[in-house]
Every structure is written in structure tokens, then in C-alpha cells.
Design a binder for this molecule. Sequence first.
Ligand code: SAH
Length: 372
Amino acid sequence: MEHMKRKTEIDKLEREEHLEREEWIGLLTGWDEEDRAYAGERAREISHRYFGNRIYVRGLIEFTSYCRNDCYYCGLRRSNTKACRYRLPEAEILSCCEAGYGLGFRTFVLQGGEDSGYTEDRMIALIRRIKALWPDCALTLSVGEWEEEAYRQFYEAGADRYLLRHETADSVHYGVLHPSDMSLAHRIDCLQKLKAIGYQTGCGFMVGAPGQTGETLAKDMSFIEELHPHMAGIGPFIPHRDTPFGKNQRGSYKLTLFLLSLLRIMEKNILLPATTALGTICDRGREEGVLAGANVIMPNLSPVAVREKYAIYENKLCTGEEAAEHMDRLQNSMRNIGYEITFERGDWKERQREKGKERTRQWNINMISCRR
Ligand code: SAH
């Protein structure tokens, strides 16, 4: 009985790209392995329809570990006096891009803490330089919250995409994860502005973050439905000992895979990475992420000497298949499960809506952000 109900809900999600709050909560709290296998099958079929067996890659450059924020879950939070801080000079970032270009990468992702040492002007100059040297590459930024004008200037300087995880779509839960000088409303405001400026925009959250419930996860899924982002990053929460959540449990591997599948089923053409965090908690994480519906992998292109210092959580994977210099290994592991790495830029593509499946729902994201 219960199985039939959940299967029907997964089918409804595929058809209507929407579930009611209660349906989400039921599905996300009552699921079992059979449901996960079914969602995985549907998700794989959809991925194949949109992307074939191709997996996009992005070269990730973690260019600064300084951060002015104090997010309770992150090893780079400003209160963590044990964190090793580094800030790559521009020349070194360009060397990473050059090496990455040689390896075949056509997307670079600049990720970092919110580092006042990298001012708006410095960011603009860096973006211009990268786009002048490698005009055929896409540039993704993942550098947190800025004023709208800064986002606009970065875009005009050539940045193409922006990753800003919303972290949780429940404002009370947001307050459990962040100090009071940060707010969900502001985070959402940033995401809406990024999208309006023209960035291919990504949101996302950690699975199993402290305080997460079926209800907050249900809100995350409805939020993603309404924001309708181009990309979404979800990975398990992994504790870092030098943070307030150091003794919390890590997020569930299987729930992460299930959520990846549900995201693929709802947002069919979304760019969805099998994240480093997923690969960190399980050796087969990247492969199983792809088999659950992910279609992007982001190998580490940071200078080897700083990789361990970018410790947002403990034991973060940065070697082997996770390392950009071992693309052959990643290619092999993908081939083993029937996929191929492709070096295309891999931009988001509008899809033809299947007949009868037009979105009819209202854009009511403001309702979500204000609702508890
Ligand atoms: N400062 C940037 C980049 C943050 S790091 C920003 O604010 O967007 C990128 C992501 O890593 C975060 O959005 C968060 O979801 C994730 N992250 C941080 N700490 C983590 C942890 N302990 N376990 C798993 N993921 C974590």
C-alpha cells in the first residue's frame, strides 16, 4: 500500500513537476530502498533523454580560504582560529586555468570564502583576465553574497554562472545553521538577483545538516521548484571538528542519492553535480551519484599545495579521481558505468516542454521566503 502510494507520488513528480507539501514530507520521511531504486531508474532515464551518456566536468579552483562569515557548519568560518588561511595571487589562479585548459577543461569555477582581500575591483580584473585569455571557457563564481551592483559588474566582466547554495529554505532552520547577521531572505534575494542579471544560477543544500527535518527538506524541494535554477548542488553534511557542529552526525549517503534522483525527476534538464562531499563519504559516491541522475563532476584544479587547506569539512577528497590531473581515472570510472566525460562547456539548455506539461503554477517565491 505505502509503496504504491510513494511510487504514485514519484510518477506524479515526473508528470507534473510538483508535489504538495504533505506529499513531499511523506515521501522524504517514509521512503525505503525500493523507492530509491525506482526513483533512480526514472532519473537515469530522464538524464539519458536530455544528456545521453555524457558527463560534464568543471575545474574547481578554491582560490581563498579567508572568510568573514561564521556559518556554524563550515571549517572556514572566521571563528575557526585553527583553519589554515591562504589567498592565491592572481598569477597563480591564472596558472591553474592554464593547466586546466591544457587538461581539456572548458569551465572554471572560482570558489572561496567571503574574503575582503578579494575586493570587487580585484574580482572584476581577475574575471576580465580569465575571459580574455580563455574566451572559449565558461566562468562560474561561487563567492557568496555581494551587492547587486557587484554581481552585475562581475557578469559584465564575463562571469557566466553563479553558485550560491540557499542551504535551507526554512528561515528558522537557516537560523540554526547561521549566526544572526545572515538571513534566508537575503540569500534568496541574492539568488533572484543573480538569475535576473542573466547568470546561469545554482542553489542547493547539505543533506543531513543539523536541524534538518522532512519538513525543511520538503521546503527545499518546493523552493527549487519555484526558483527553477539552472544548477543545484547537494551533498551530505560532513562535520568539521573545529566548528560548533563538530560532533554532529554526517548526512545520509542514501538519502543524498535519493534526493539527487528526485531533483532530476522534477527539474529534468538541471545541471546536477555528483559533489565532492558525496565522493568523500563513499568511494563509489561519484559513480552512484551519476547513476542516481547527476550529470556534472567538478574535479579539483587548485594548486596541490593548498588543497588540504580548503577544509570546509574534514578529510575532503582532493586526490585520485577528484584531482583534475587524474582525468584518465575519472574517465575510466565513468566508462565502467557506461558514461563518458565530455569537455564541452556544458551550458544549461532550455528544453522543449513535453506537450501538456507546461508549467502552470505561479511564481510565488516570496511566499516561501516569508513562510516559516
Ligand atoms: N562562501 C561561498 C562558498 C561556500 S563553500 C558561499 O557562501 O557560497 C560551498 C558549499 O559547501 C556551501 O554552500 C555549503 O553548502 C558546503 N559546505 C560547507 N560546509 C560543509 C560541511 N561541513 N559539510 C558539507 N558541505 C559543506
